[in-house]
Design a protein around this ligand. Structure first.
Ligand SMILES: [Zn+2]
Length: 189
């Protein structure tokens, strides 16, 4: 299915990149498998200029996998299906840092005001967007608000700023409550 879940538009883009790996009742899905996926995802996230190619897809997947691996570590994630065991933590840190190092943000004085742009270093616009996502991801990882969803079978991450919620969505919260209810019936204390 050529689709990307669009449940989490209020989440930071770095989290939305992580959540291109998602699960339904039957299996785990990857919404960044094809260039078509990436174009759809980037369009919905409002990044890039639509001119994407296979190398952009490889870069986006590399950053996504690194951020997911680091998020798993940051959230003490032990969910089956969520954690990719084949990326080492140190590798994921190095990958994230390579995105950060590639693009240098600059402040420019233009006429009456200022604008924040990027140093002209030959990086493509999409590569710079990925650098911005890597930076946002690094801030989230270094902060306190990143969570792994506690919904049954869910593999998503989310950022909570104030609330104490434990689930990425109301649906996952409901499924978690139902699962607890049946568990209590099965194993009465
Ligand atoms: Zn969830």
């Amino acid at each position: 299915m050529d689709d990307v879940p669009v449940l989490y538009l209020t989440q930071p883009k770095a989290v939305r990149l992580m959540n291109t790996v998602w699960a339904d009742r039957t299996s785990v899905h990857d919404s960044l498998e094809t260039l078509g996926h990436l174009q759809l995802w980037a369009e919905r996230a409002g990044i890039g200029d639509g001119q994407l190619d296979e190398s952009d897809l490889a870069l986006a997947r590399e950053l996504r996998d690194a951020l997911r691996r680091l998020a798993a570590d940051a959230t003490h994630d032990d969910r089956r299906g969520a954690v990719s065991a084949d990326v080492e933590i140190e590798t994921a840190v190095a990958v994230t840092n390579s995105f950060l190092a590639d693009c240098t943000p600059v402040l420019r004085h233009e006429g009456q005001g200022f604008s924040r742009g990027w140093q002209e270093d030959g990086a493509s616009p999409f590569r710079r967007e990925l650098a911005a996502l890597a930076l946002e991801g690094a801030d989230l990882l270094a902060g306190q608000g990143l969570r792994a969803c506690g919904g049954p079978g869910c593999v998503l991450y989310f950022h909570r700023s104030h609330s104490r919620r434990e689930w990425c969505s109301a649906e996952c919260g409901n499924r978690a409550r139902v699962a607890r209810h049946y568990q209590r019936k099965r194993d009465p204390a």
